[in-house]
Design a protein around this ligand. Structure first.
Ligand code: HXC
Length: 288
């Protein structure tokens, strides 16, 4: 079910037709966070392409998003793997053929699981770096002509867990640090073309797979967040609207942290080890 609706538009600070005539291309658009980012953009007038690997999930998200606003055009680019540049290029071609253009890109496709170094194989590390970092690169690469033509804007969905060494997230931390570096370099290189590039770094967001996997004790975690609550998918959507709007026309090369100041308090997991995932009985020795 959609998280945002017309009542959000009526109560929000944004103009209802803020993104009229614009098209957003969203990898990971059927996922918990990126879908709500897209809901906000569609409710505020944009058309959208939802890009994902899973046919059923991606089709369902696109169909649901299309119901949010009369006349909204939302297409599904299912069976797309961001790790393969030709696959993402085909999704871009489909979007331009059906929706006419791409103004905004959200690079949100990501993979994550908890694993200690000993049990993280080289291939497992590569899988996450390939999805998060190479996939983000491929996405911008495939959208570049459209971004240049339309003086577009990019948002990468990053994280805060690489600001410290977070246990069992070596693969994700390395990938997201790379995403931040990618975004900053693109902001500098593509600025003269009128293309903006920013990251959003969510903290712990309620009802996400990431949070339930990473945080063993939710109450202790919330107590350490300066704003004393978890983030919501709506919080990320509001930051997205701002960064794509003309209000942010001079904002590029930044990381917009949306975490209630949580990272200032210590590691992303509140200085706790998710001890239940350490297999104390496993044989020593590295999994390659
Ligand atoms: C150790 C694991 C593992 C685990 C997979 N692997 N899960 N190793 N512990 N729990 C290893 C496999 O054994 C294999 O290595 C390698 O990873 C690739 O696994 P595959 O299943 O073949 O890969 P693939 O089908 O491409 O799946 C990619 C994935 C998967 C990343 C492993 O989890 C995925 O597709 N996830 C997408 C959905 C998702 O995770 N969404 C949540 C995003 S939350 P070997 O050596 O056996 O070949 C998020 C938030 C981050 O990103 C920030 C939080 C604050």
């Amino acid at each position: 079910m959609a998280r945002l609706g017309q009542s959000w538009v009526e109560q929000s600070v944004w103009k209802p037709d803020l993104f009229k005539g614009k098209v957003v291309f969203v990898t990971g658009g059927a996922g918990t966070i990126c879908k709500v980012q897209t809901e906000a953009l569609v409710l505020l007038g944009a058309d959208a392409a939802i890009v994902g690997r899973n046919q059923e999930k991606t089709d369902a998200a696109a169909a649901e998003l299309a119901q949010l606003r009369p006349g909204a055009r939302v297409i599904s680019c299912a069976n797309t793997d961001v790790r393969k540049v030709e696959s993402i290029k085909a999704a871009v071609d489909k979007t331009v053929a059906q929706l006419g253009r791409i103004d905004f890109v959200i690079a949100g496709a990501a993979g994550n699981f908890l694993s200690d170094f000993n049990h993280l194989s080289s291939n497992a590390f590569k899988s996450v770096v390939d999805i998060d970092l190479l996939g983000s690169y491929n996405t911008v690469k495939a959208c570049f002509d459209q971004l240049r033509k339309n003086k577009g804007a990019i948002i990468f969905v990053s994280a805060t867990l690489h600001y410290y060494g977070v246990p069992f997230q070596i693969h994700v931390g390395a990938a997201k640090a790379g995403v931040d570096a990618l975004s900053q370099a693109l902001a500098v290189e593509l600025g003269p073309l009128g293309i903006r590039s920013n990251c959003i770094a969510p903290g712990g967001i309620a009802e996400t797979e990431g949070l339930s996997r990473l945080v063993p004790d939710l109450d202790a975690y919330i107590a350490r967040i300066p704003l004393q609550r978890l983030g919501s998918t709506q919080d990320i959507a509001e930051a997205t609207v701002y960064l794509f709007s003309d209000a942010a026309s001079y904002v590029t090369g930044t990381v917009q942290v949306v975490d209630g100041a949580a990272w200032h308090m210590g590691t992303s997991m509140g200085n706790t080890y998710p001890v239940q995932i350490i297999n104390r009985n496993s044989e020593p020795g590295t999994k390659l």
